[in-house]
Structure formats: C-alpha cells, structure tokens
Ligand binder design. Sequence first.
Ligand code: AHM
Ligand code: MG
Length: 352
Amino acid sequence: MWPNSWSLSNMVNLQTLSVPQRSLDQDCTTLSRHVLGQFNSFSAEAQDLSALMNRIALAGKLISRRLSGAGLIEDVLGFTGEKNVQGENVKKMDIFANEVFISVLRQSGLVCRLASEEMEKPYYIKENCPISRYTLLYDPIDGSSNVDINLNVGSIFSIRQQQGIDIDEQARDLLQDGHSQIAAGYILYGAATILVYSMGKGVHSFTLDPSLGEFILSQENITIPRKGNVYSTNEGNFWQWSEQMRDYVRYVHLNDGYTARYGGALVGDFHRILLQGGVFLYPGTIQKPEGKLRLLYESAPLAFLSQQAGGLATNGEKNILDIVPQHLHERSPLFLGSLEEVKLVESFLQSR
Ligand code: AHM
Ligand code: MG
C-alpha cells in the first residue's frame, strides 16, 4: 500500500529516475565519430586516424573484458616468471595486453611499427609498412602491480608519424620530442572503463557503455584546474630524494589544505589530477636520477594531454614535451598536473 501522500505522478517520477537520463545525441557521439569531428573533413588522414582510434578502443575493450574475469579465467593474475627489457618482473596481463595491441593493429593495416614497454625493439608489422606511416608507442598495462588486487590499471598510447625511410629498421625517427605526437591518450580500467584522448584539439573522455559495447563521449574539452590540493607521490622514497624534493614535501606537510593520494598506477593518479587538479610527482632518486617512468610511452603522452588541458609536465628543469630522448626506453623524472602546482614544485627543485 502506498502512503496517502503519494500521487501517481510521484510514482512516475520515481520510475523515470531509475532509467538513465541521457540524450540520444550523446549516445550517438561515439569515439570514431568524435575523431572525424576533430578534422572537419572526411580526408584520408581523418578516416585513418578515426579507424586507428577505433582499433585502440577495441584493444581497450578486450583488455577490460579480460581484467573483469580476474580470478575466474586463467592467466589474468600473477607473473610469467620472465623479466622485461627494463629488468622488471613481467605479469601475465602485461604480455596479454601487449599482444592484444599488436593483434588489433595487424588487422587494421594502419600501423607499421609498435614500440612498447614490454618489447626491447620496435615490432614491425611488415605487411602494413608499404602503405602505413603510423607508429604506436604504448604501455599495455601501466601499474600492473595493481592487477592482482583488483585496483585500477591503465594503457597509455601515443601515435606518431614515421619520418623518412626506416630502411634498416632501427626506428631512429622515434627519438623526437613530444610535440611531434599526432595523438596521445590512455584507457583507464577502473569502476568504469574510460578512454581519454587528444589530437591537439583539447582533451576528451569516453566511457565504455557495456550495453552498447561502445565508448560514448562523457566529457569534452577537459581542463585541469590551475591549482589543486592533491599531491600524488610514493613517499616511501623520501630518503632517496634530493634535499630540494624533500623540502617540497615538507612544505606540503606544513601547509594546510594539501592532501596525499597515491594509487601506484600512473593512469589512475593522473586521471584524478586531470579532473580535480593537483600534482603527480615521480622524481629521480640519488641512485636513479633518471627516475622510473619512461619518456616515450608514459611521460610524453600524459604531458601532451596535460598541455592540451591547460596544465604542465616537466622533468624539474624543462618541459617534458621538449625532451628529445637518446633511446627508446629512456626514463625521466616526471612532475605533472595543475599549472601552478607544477611551477611550485619546479621552484623548489631549482632552488640551491
Ligand atoms: P609499470 O608500467 O611497470 O607498471 O610501472 C609504472 C608504474 C606507474 O603506473 C606508477 O606511477 C609507478 O610505476 C609506481 O611505482 P612505485 O611502485 O615505485 O611507486
Ligand atoms: Mg608503465
């Protein structure tokens, strides 16, 4: 029996509330449609990049599907027993995700070379090379230590155009600054699967709608707040840092308003900062001044997004996008996020 004060219209409103309130226009803004819109034309380049982003999205769906079966299907959890080119223990999901990207792009015909954290040298899809000029750089599973405990992980990607003829398959033209990225982004595997990308015209995010199997536009032209109260760093490394870096952390401890958030997976930590502001810090240590994060497929793509969203990314001395790497797996300290927070970090790091 309904309470006396309830009318039929109350009931109707309640029923309406239980149905997701979205416009059809929003549902129709798929990722590939949105990428085409970035070009205002149906040029060959627009169509190629739209198709390429669609293949990256497919890789994200396949990885997301597998992660959601963790503990139920084989070869999701745990290590392979191998070490990668970086000397790190490889997880089964690292290998699976690496191969997913190769497989979806082999079928696309659009990518000639792939370079990833899990492969010492670039991988050539030879049958695509006569017709394709695109290279994908990627970290297939970033933050993979989170896989076994069902916390968020991500995939980071960067698209570059091949420069010149790579006749000896050394991919030397990949050793260029971050401004030469055509597109960059990440897929965050969290409570929802979210794809964020930029092609140099703002930063846009898409949420995977499982009922449609499509990434649907969820936020357009995202901007990072100029200031933010989150600092995100592994303070367990405090005693290995420079005195300047320690001074910065002492400063945030002493100043009311700052709060620490660190998830151990760069994509998730960066996503929080992209939406809410703050600063992510992975400095070098005394033993490893170059830090941990890799320039070409971790730092540079996120720096591209930061800049497009009005934020900043530096290595403490220069803009991450200005750094020309000397080799494929080069590392760099990374400080990124809100413009004013990153500048504050820089002012500490550059003090004597
Ligand atoms: P990975 O790509 O091998 O997973 O390493 C990168 C990850 C980042 O996602 C994260 O910010 C960092 O390593 C965490 O490192 P630490 O455990 O030293 O805090
Ligand atoms: Mg990584």
